[in-house]
Design a protein around this ligand. Structure first.
Ligand SMILES: [Zn+2]
Length: 70
């Protein structure tokens, strides 16, 4: 039973990555928050931000911005 639970936990983490969203986002590599490219915070952030995809940002443990929702 424990093995099944473990597998379910792993799957629930892995699934969002598999079904990942390839839309482009701007990720702040200091705060690990990603933004929609049109977000006002994304436009302000030039130094620590890199263009990536939502999928990759999430894979690196980044969170969605609270303002634009990523
Ligand atoms: Zn944002």
């Amino acid at each position: 039973m424990k093995k099944i639970l473990c597998l379910l936990v792993v799957l629930s983490f892995a699934l969002p990555v598999w079904a990942g969203d390839n839309s482009s986002v701007v990720m702040n590599v200091k705060t690990y928050i990603y933004h929609d490219p049109n977000c006002r915070w994304a436009k302000k952030c030039t130094k620590n931000c890199v263009k990536t995809t939502k999928q990759k940002a999430q894979a690196q443990g980044a969170r969605a911005c609270k303002v634009c929702g990523g």
